[in-house]
Write a protein that binds this ligand. Structure first.
Ligand code: GDD
Ligand code: MG
Length: 363
């Protein structure tokens, strides 16, 4: 039996999630207290995939090895971009050619999207149609941030355009960042230089009539922007807490939906939730209010703090009587002194001793 393989592309730079992404790759951002990559592994494993090849840079490989996400039974291999030369989205596929092999089609996924799709159905459709590439297609309101497909007859993609201006997009069917490739596609990717699958490979395959699309209905979310990251957490939190019994807390209040990882402690009269996600060992003082926010592991929050609509990075320390709101992002290990108001962005390890009210990065 052939082993079903998937390549996960995760060597990009996640500029729109800075400064949080300065300290960790997007694929390791927690979604309800579990790294995105672990959700991806689970989805692949549930669909019969046996092996995943992580196409990353050396720094991302280091972070993944440090976090060692649960593999869900997958055999994992790394394929590393050369130092200082990111290979784009097709270059890493070519580089992993030997690991992938030529015996069967394989799945490729962008490591920065949260999706729960029927990969098996996508794979089977690909095999049946005889296409060289089959892209999972989603419908969105604004396709201009994505790769857009213009459909021809049947499921054939007539034209593929990466990030067209909104008024020039031929449809609102976009590349979900998941596709199946036949080994023949290796011949379309030049080796030894960065290559974009979306700009250099898909358009040629479309011209030759060898690019197909398969509309997918499952859950699909891009976590590229902070508001999308928070929204993804809200949606998954909703689905995970739908049927759970709400626990009554003694000295503090939990307004569901909330998610508390192990080792969380909460002080008297604090009100947590709705939509508060607290990572491992987060320490919350007295009279604290947290809602609509994601707090990474090992964060310490002192008394009388209010947090609304924020993302707080690992091991950050928040002083007494601090107000954090309005899409505020505080990166890992930052320190916020007492009596401040924050609605901007704070870089990793930065100590903040004055109000940050502008959305600019405070480094
Ligand atoms: N190894 C490696 N090397 N991976 C890379 C590199 C690189 O040089 N550059 C990007 N990647 C990875 C990213 O980490 C990400 O997981 C994936 O390739 C796609 O790159 P992005 O930079 O996130 O692209 P995008 O979001 O602008 O657009 C892509 O995704 C959309 C769906 O979210 C395209 O595939 C679009 O067509 C698609 O609609
Ligand atoms: Mg992306």
């Amino acid at each position: 039996m052939t082993r079903l393989k998937a390549v996960i592309l995760a060597g990009g730079f996640a500029t729109r999630l800075r400064p949080l992404s300065c300290a960790r790759p997007k694929t390791l951002f927690p979604i309800v207290n579990k790294p995105l990559l672990e959700w991806i592994f689970q989805g692949l494993s549930d669909n019969g995939v046996n092996e995943a090849i992580l196409a990353v840079n050396a720094l991302t490989q280091f972070h993944i090895k440090q976090q060692h996400p649960r593999k869900h039974g997958l055999k994992l291999k790394f394929s590393i971009d050369p130092p200082k030369t990111p290979l784009g989205t097709a270059g890493p596929i070519k580089k992993a050619e030997k690991l992938i092999g030529h015996d069967a089609p394989f799945i490729v996924l962008n490591g920065d999207i949260f999706a729960y799709l029927n990969y098996k159905e996508l794979f089977d459709t690909h095999v049946k149609s005889g296409a060289l590439a089959t892209i999972a297609l989603c419908k969105v309101d604004d396709p201009s941030r994505y790769g857009v497909a213009e459909m021809g007859k049947g499921n054939c993609i007539k034209r593929f355009i990466e990030k067209p201006p909104r008024d020039k997009a031929p449809s609102n069917l976009i590349n979900a960042g998941v596709y199946v490739l036949s080994p023949k596609v290796f011949d379309y990717i030049p080796s030894g230089r960065p290559v974009s699958v979306e700009r250099e490979v898909f358009p040629i395959l479309a011209e030759e009539g060898k690019l197909f699309g398969h509309f997918v209905n499952g859950l699909w979310m891009d976590i590229g922007k902070p508001e999308e990251y928070l929204e993804t957490n809200r949606i998954i939190l909703d689905s995970l807490t739908k049927n759970i019994k709400q626990k009554k807390a003694k000295n503090f209040e939990l307004n569901y939906p909330v998610a508390l990882d192990t080792g969380v402690s909460i002080g008297e009269k604090s009100v947590i939730g709705p939509y508060a996600i607290l990572g491992k060992n987060v320490k919350v003082g007295k009279n604290v209010q947290i809602n609509n926010s994601v707090i990474f592991a090992d964060v310490t929050i002192d008394d009388c703090v209010s947090i609304d609509g924020a993302i707080i990075g690992e091991a950050a320390k928040i002083g007494k009587n601090v107000k954090i709101c309005c899409d505020c992002i505080i990166a890992d290990h930052a320190k916020v002194r007492d009596n401040l108001e924050l609605s901007g962005k704070v870089c990793p390890g930065k100590e903040v001793s004055e109000n940050v009210l502008k959305p600019k990065v405070h480094c």
